[in-house]
Design a protein around this ligand. Sequence first.
Ligand SMILES: Cc1cc2nc3c(=O)[nH]c(=O)nc-3n(C[C@H](O)[C@H](O)[C@H](O)COP(=O)(O)O)c2cc1C
Length: 345
Amino acid sequence: MRIGSWTLPNNVLVAPMAGVTDRPFRQLCKRLGAGYAVSEMAASNPRLWDSVKTSRRLDHQGEIDPIAVQIAGADPDMMAEAAAFNVRKGARIIDINMGCPAKKVCSVASGSALLRDETLVARILQAVVAACAPLGVPVTLKTRTGWDREHRNALRVARLAQDIGIAALTLHGRTRADLYTGQAEYDTIRAVKAELDIPVVANGDIDSPEKARAVLDYTGADAIMIGRAAQGRPWIFREIDHYLRTGRRHPPPTLREMRALLLEHLEDHYRFYGEHTGVRTARKHIGWYVAGLPDARDFCARMNLIDNTAEQWRAVAGWFDELAREPAAATGPFAAIAPAYSLAA
Ligand SMILES: Cc1cc2nc3c(=O)[nH]c(=O)nc-3n(C[C@H](O)[C@H](O)[C@H](O)COP(=O)(O)O)c2cc1C
């Protein structure tokens, strides 16, 4: 899988998720086998660049290359400026978001709302590519299959993008109107891949090694991108990568490894966000990791009342230790006590 002059170590990628794929999580996913991770969306409006939230999103210290930053907005000049700004801050790849259905993004006609206006799409892509090309930085596009099921224009947008010089395209197999409901479809991704010369990344509802294999085979895509299934499950990347390479399942993490990974994630998370924000934003990650383990709900209810990081860390460590003493944990791998995950969890 290549993006411009970058060759990625594999074709299993982390989807950008605002509020989830921060630097600590991206680093963990990359360490556990993800070939690439795009940072959360950074605002294209310069007035927001000094906000704490945006400056955190612009902090790429220690991150494994290539650093990819996503930008969103509807004003071509502002998007070009935002791209150049992010390159100055360390981005090696710029990703344009035309896939986000969030109200905050769509109400200003950015994210997937842009799909309704192909002329504006072209102007934005041209402006960002023109800003990045002299800097040697490739520009990628992430989008959905269309505005709604009656207006699936991904193929036209994809051709437009390729002609303008976009280096790779990620397609989420839903329309904007679908939000996250129903099942992602892969026919549009397959049709787009058949038409394009640039790499195409398939995204949407991929949550297991077998599904990854099936989506790659069906669509002919060059890579797959995983979002929600990686929440609390960063090892999914090595499991999928292993399966794609060998056709065999990688063993699930043991309870001991899961404990170690979560505690390490928390330490990095606290360092990144500090005490006040760290303890609060860590709760959702902890909830995702423990979902499916015995008595997780009770544990989360107790854990959510804790408001300092040291105590939160100790509560997580202690809870895993307690769990390890249960008979089921002693008999085998983690799968023995947490046999099933689902995207809904
Ligand atoms: C909490 C959350 C935040 C997201 N934020 C972004 C974002 O900032 N930019 C973007 O392009 N997509 C965003 N997405 C969409 C994902 O990148 C991805 O396209 C979508 O979740 C489908 O993939 P999945 O089924 O593997 O989760 C977000 C999704 C979720 C669940």
